[in-house]
Write a protein that binds this ligand. Structure first.
Ligand code: SAH
Ligand code: SF4
Ligand code: F3S
Length: 439
């Protein structure tokens, strides 16, 4: 190849950023870039950033600072910032960090090759528009290279919910659903390249309402269409909002064999007072009722959640309600965060909870969740479950993969290969994974 340049991408934040980084690498592949794992070798460094909490955004500036030496050693190095920090503070980044040549927001990734050319020519390039054209239409010409057995596929992007703490509606823009046929084409292509499990992504994935052959299609409709793809074994989706958990989607958890028995359904708080202040537009009882309906449809479904502690004005009683909700639901997995005030969001202006109080609550909540997760995992011992093997483990002859319930599973002296979906009898449960034998 005449002009091969090296691209180093570092990805922060959520799964959608992982998906986006792959699309950006492909887009720049067309401009002669191949990926490298070493920033020292790169002609272009791209940070794909997250703005969800203060710490996540600060990491970007400290990482950029570390590239000063590289840029001094290689004046042809170009440095770009993509993702949600780029969208939220693009101009500030350019001002604060002169090393940065290029800033691109999530809705402008299809313009990256032109921006790269401008940056290469010595100009600064900034694009944080929300353009009218569909970026996915320009981002899906993909090389047919083989890939691992699991993949993400963005089907919906953006959010119209405006939870009072959250930056996502500002960084990702309004909710948009991709058309069904485009998603099916991309999914078939992934399967041809070796993918067995697809996780459908969206900030509010269950609000999906894409154009389909029979008119507007729900997420359940899309899942049923994907269910017909030969060679695709497993379907997952994330992240859902309780208010968009429609009847057909709940039913699909009972009826659709490729849809895995796992649901990430964040609730954030168990206190109605706080839920209201968060603008969540649901109550603790409506959430608990939803969990009951899901379990009626699929008794073994594993529920995962997100929690924020120390939201403005959260009292001990509010926090006790959250612990109580967690006890009632019994989470198989959960992520919890100390509230982080985000610029431009309504909650940032309200009376804040003292940091030591929030810290103590976070510890207490995490201890409870860890106990629940461990109990749910331990209960798998003795059961035979489906495991999709992904890669060799740390020990020779060992293979690791994920169970239907998304537990990490390892099997010693294992004849399976990456991409094999096998029945595995679980024999023991460790701190972070299950051990099993092929059944
Ligand atoms: N609907 C999106 C939300 C992404 S943010 C999705 O669910 O994928 C992921 C989680 O980060 C949220 O569920 C919430 O628990 C947490 N979070 C969002 N904003 C936050 C903030 N300002 N401080 C602390 N945690 C926050
Ligand atoms: Fe953020 Fe709420 Fe939208 Fe999720 S639903 S992305 S938490 S505003
Ligand atoms: Fe972070 Fe943006 Fe995802 S703020 S969580 S990278 S949508």
């Amino acid at each position: 190849m005449a002009d091969t340049k090296k691209l180093f991408i570092k990805t922060y934040g959520c799964q959608m950023n992982v998906y986006d980084s792959e699309r950006m690498a492909e887009a720049l592949g067309g401009a002669g870039y191949v990926e490298t794992g070493r920033p020292e070798d790169a002609d272009m460094i791209l940070l794909n950033t997250c703005h969800i909490r203060e710490k996540a955004a600060e990491k970007v500036y400290s990482e950029l600072g570390r590239y000063k030496g590289l840029k001094a050693a290689n004046p042809d190095l170009r440095i770009g910032v993509a993702g949600c920090v780029a969208q939220a503070e693009g101009e500030e980044i350019m001002r604060r960090q002169p090393l940065v040549d290029l800033v691109v927001g999530p809705q402008a990734y299809h313009r990256l090759p032109e921006m790269e050319a401008r940056a290469r020519a010595g100009h600064k390039a900034l694009d944080t528009d929300f353009p009218q054209e569909d970026k996915f239409e320009h981002l899906t010409s993909r090389p047919k290279a083989a890939r691992g057995p699991t993949a993400f596929l963005t089907v919906q992007e953006g959010c119209d919910k405006f939870c009072a703490f959250c930056v996502v509606p500002y960084t990702r823009g309004a909710e948009v659903s991709r058309p069904v046929d485009r998603i099916l084409t991309e999914a078939r292509d992934l399967v041809e390249r070796g993918v067995r499990e697809i996780t459908l992504l969206g900030q509010n994935v269950n609000a999906y309402h894409g154009a389909g052959p029979g008119g507007e299609t729900s997420l359940a409709g899309l899942i049923w269409a994907l269910n017909d793809i030969d060679g695709l074994d497993r379907i997952r989706f994330t992240t859902s909002h309780p208010n968009d958990m429609s009847d057909d989607l709940i039913a699909a958890h009972g009826d659709c064999d490729k849809l895995m028995p796992y649901l990430h359904l964040p609730v954030q708080s168990g206190s109605d007072r706080i839920l209201k202040r968060m603008n969540r537009a649901h109550t603790r009882d409506s959430y608990l009722a939803l969990i009951e309906r899901l379990r009626a449809a699929r008794p073994d479904i594993l529920i995962s959640g997100d929690f924020i502690v120390g939201f403005p004005e959260e009292t001990d009683a509010d926090f006790a309600d959250t612990l109580d909700l967690i006890e009632r639901v019994g989470y198989g997995q959960a992520f919890s965060f100390k509230y982080s005030p985000r610029p431009g969001t309504p909650a940032a202006e309200r009376p804040q909870v003292a940091p030591d109080v929030a810290d103590a609550r976070l510890q207490e909540l995490q201890a409870l969740i860890t106990r629940q997760q461990r109990a749910r995992q331990d209960a798998m011992v003795g059961q035979t479950v489906g495991v999709l093997f992904e890669k060799p483990g740390r020990l020779p002859g060992q293979m690791v993969g994920k169970s239907d319930h998304l537990h990490a599973v390892h099997v010693d002296d294992c004849a399976a290969r990456p991409g094999d979906l096998c029945r595995v009898r679980i024999v023991s449960s460790g701190p972070n994974s299950l051990a099993g034998v092929l059944a």
